[in-house]
Structures are given as structure tokens and as C-alpha cells.
Design a protein around this ligand. Structure first.
Ligand SMILES: NC(=O)c1ccc[n+]([C@@H]2O[C@H](COP(=O)([O-])OP(=O)(O)OC[C@H]3O[C@@H](n4cnc5c(N)ncnc54)[C@H](O)[C@@H]3O)[C@@H](O)[C@H]2O)c1
Length: 258
């Protein structure tokens, strides 16, 4: 049964950003693979909807309303998840926000806000997961969410891209520091994915952006949240048991770094 490597029965996962988009798709897929999933987000209503989706398909879900930029809140939620479920095997640190401003227009408060959520929020989740796994002797998996922005750059992406580049550095550094405990740390760097984050209010602007992304991809389509959830599942599972410190790039072939 080669697919047993993707079976997460008996494992516990903590997923940030689980109220929407890629986080919701990842939480539901990890649950379908058998994991008990602790869904964390600042959006309580969205969390409720994700947990309902998981339970409707026979899975087990818990919710934690947290601001990932608040270390104390993340620490408390991860500790509570581990106590409730008897440990923690998987951390998927997915919560994030988009921000667009040119370098010349970027204000210090923009940079602080984006770094707090997109970098420090991932850092705190990684720290709490690693501490919990090490204390329990769990050979777990930590998955962080970077972005194709680290490969391609682009106007307006200073704050967002800097935070995602920091996530890549965190991922590689932590992988080297805790690999001896059997804990793997990897990042996913998605290309353009159709989620609430990338949805424009203006339909023609949306169509224009999507057409551009379709032209840029050798596959001739944009990405969906499920494409990224499968990358998260792969890295979380035993199928990736010899993979650590890596950046997985489900980007439709838009960027092909070495
Ligand atoms: N959609 C894309 O094209 C794309 C591409 C590359 C990377 N990403 C990354 O994937 C991740 C998920 O993005 P998405 O597209 O699903 O966006 P989304 O807006 O649908 O979901 C983001 C989730 O993060 C939550 N969140 C934001 N700030 C938070 C905070 N301070 N505390 C707790 N929760 C918070 C939101 O409430 C939301 O549920 C992000 O890190 C994003 O940067 C997205």
C-alpha cells in the first residue's frame, strides 16, 4: 500500500490561517488524510465554517481564535492543542496578509505590520511547535508558507516579499537546528493562487490578472487552493520523510530556480 505514506491517522496538526483560502484547503485535506486538525485564525466565523466542513466529512477539528502576531496567544493555543490531542505532529504556518506599496511609498507601520504577521507569526508558530515536539520526542513536520515572490519579485512587493524571504531563511535555519530531533522543516512557495487574498472587487481587474498569470504559466492555468494543500500534505506526511530545509514551488512553472 504505497499510499500509506500519506496516511495521517493518529496524528495531530495545527494549521494557522485555517479560516480561508490555502489554510482552509490544507486543514480540510490534512483531516481527510486522517489527522485531527486544530484550526487557528483571527477570523472566528471562517474558523467555524472550516471546522464544520471537516466534521461534515467525518474528520475531527478544533478551533482557536488567535492573532498569529501575538506570541502569547500562539503559545497558549499550541499548548492547548497538544494537551487536548495528546501531542503535536504537524504545524502548518499558513496565515498571512498581502500588502502592496512601492519602496518609495512604504511606511514604517506597513513594514512592521506585514513583518509581524507574515514573518513573526510564522516564527512564533515554528518556535512553539518545535518546543512541543522536542519535549515530547515527536519526529514531526513543520510546514511554512512562503511565496513565489521570493523568486520573482515585482513592483509593490517590498514588505510582503521581505517577510516571505525571511520565512525561507527561518525554514532553512530551523531545519538545520532541529533535524537531529527527527523534525523536518520545509516551506511551500506558491505561485498565484485563486483565493480571497487575490480576489479583486473589480471583475475586469480580476480577469486581467488571471489572464496574465495564465500566459506566464507553461500549464496555462492559475493555481487553486487545493494545489497548495496537496503540497502541504506531501511535506507534512511520511512521503517527505527525507525532505527538510527545502522550498517546494507549486507555481505552475512560472519560476524555475535551481
Ligand atoms: N493566494 C496566493 O496567490 C498566494 C501565493 C503565495 C503565497 N500565499 C500565502 O498563502 C497564505 C494563505 O493565503 P491565502 O491566499 O489563502 O489568503 P486568505 O486571505 O484567503 O487567507 C489568509 C488567512 O490568514 C488569516 N490571517 C491573516 N492575518 C492573521 C493574523 N494576524 N492572525 C491570524 N490569522 C490571520 C486570515 O484571517 C485568513 O483566514 C498566506 O501566507 C499567503 O501569503 C498566497
Amino acid at each position: 500500500m504505497p499510499l500509506t505514506a500519506y496516511d495521517l491517522t493518529g496524528r495531530t496538526a495545527f494549521v494557522t490561517g485555517a479560516a480561508s483560502g490555502i489554510g482552509r484547503a490544507s486543514a480540510t485535506l490534512l483531516a481527510q488524510a486522517g489527522a485531527t486538525v486544530h484550526c487557528a485564525d483571527r477570523d472566528a466565523q471562517g474558523l467555524h465554517e472550516t471546522a464544520a466542513l471537516i466534521k461534515e466529512s467525518g474528520g475531527t477539528a478544533h478551533t482557536h481564535t488567535v492573532d498569529v502576531a501575538d506570541h502569547a496567544q500562539i503559545a497558549e493555543a499550541v499548548a492547548s492543542a497538544a494537551t487536548t490531542s495528546g501531542g503535536l505532529d504537524i504545524m502548518a504556518a499558513i496565515a498571512g496578509v498581502m500588502h502592496n506599496s512601492t519602496v518609495l511609498e512604504t511606511r514604517e507601520e506597513d513594514l512592521d505590520r506585514v513583518l509581524s504577521i507574515n514573518f513573526k507569526g510564522v516564527l512564533y508558530a515554528c518556535q512553539e511547535a518545535a518546543r512541543t515536539m522536542i519535549a515530547a520526542g515527536t519526529r514531526g513536520s513543520i510546514v511554512t508558507m512562503a511565496s513565489g515572490a521570493v523568486d520573482t519579485g515585482g513592483p509593490g512587493l517590498l514588505c510582503y516579499g521581505a517577510a516571505k524571504a525571511a520565512v525561507v531563511q527561518l525554514t532553512k535555519t530551523l531545519a538545520t537546528e532541529i533535524g537531529s530531533h527527527g523534525i523536518r522543516v520545509n516551506a511551500v512557495a506558491p505561485g498565484w493562487i485563486r483565493t480571497p487574498m487575490t480576489t479583486r472587487h473589480d471583475e475586469s481587474a480580476q480577469a486581467h490578472t488571471e489572464a496574465l498569470m495564465v500566459r506566464m504559466s507553461p500549464l496555462g492555468r492559475v493555481g487553486e487552493a487545493a494545489d497548495i494543500a496537496h503540497a502541504v500534505l506531501h511535506l507534512a506526511s511520511d512521503a517527505a520523510s527525507f525532505t527538510t530545509g527545502q522550498i517546494l514551488r507549486p507555481n505552475g512553472g512560472v519560476a524555475m530556480p535551481w
